[in-house]
Write a new protein. Structure first.
Length: 147
């Protein structure tokens, strides 16, 4: 299956999860690397949109397409009860950080934006066997999304 990520072009080929490691995210603590992806290009745009201020949308964006081997996807049976809270709760960070530190290759989690759709956290330590970068293409962000 394919999953998608919108990022600044300079980071589009980075498979180390450095951004998430430096800043943390809904599902990971600082110092826990992860590559956040979405189950569709459209969901990747929505996820990017809710996490960026319109004044800071860069012109140099890319859409990265990853191929994920489905046999490596971990689907949690139960998530922390407050996983969708804003801002992201510590319980969600604890939950997935533990999975990533246990070397789970790919974790499927629901999107807060559209809970019936899914995001996929790729564990950089599993690159090459559980997932691979297929392509990176230029992406032009339509600012009407944020207006």
């Amino acid at each position: 299956m394919n999953v998608y990520r919108i990022s600044k072009t300079e980071y589009a080929h980075d498979l180390t999860g450095t951004g998430a490691k430096l800043f943390g995210g809904r599902w990971n603590h600082i110092n826990v690397p992860s590559i956040y992806t979405a189950g569709s290009a459209a969901l990747a745009v929505l996820e990017y949109s809710v996490n960026v201020n319109v004044a800071f949308v860069p012109l140099d964006l890319s859409l990265a397409v990853f191929e994920v081997d489905e046999k490596y996807i971990h689907i949690p049976k139960k998530l922390p009860g407050n996983w969708a809270a804003v801002p992201a709760p510590l319980s969600a960070k604890d939950f997935c950080s533990a999975l990533l530190q246990d070397r789970i290759p790919v974790v499927r989690v629901p999107s807060v934006v559209i809970p019936s759709e899914y995001n996929y956290l790729l564990n950089p330590s599993a690159e090459g066997k559980a997932f691979r970068l297929l392509e990176v293409r230029e992406f032009r962000y339509d600012l009407r999304i944020k207006k």
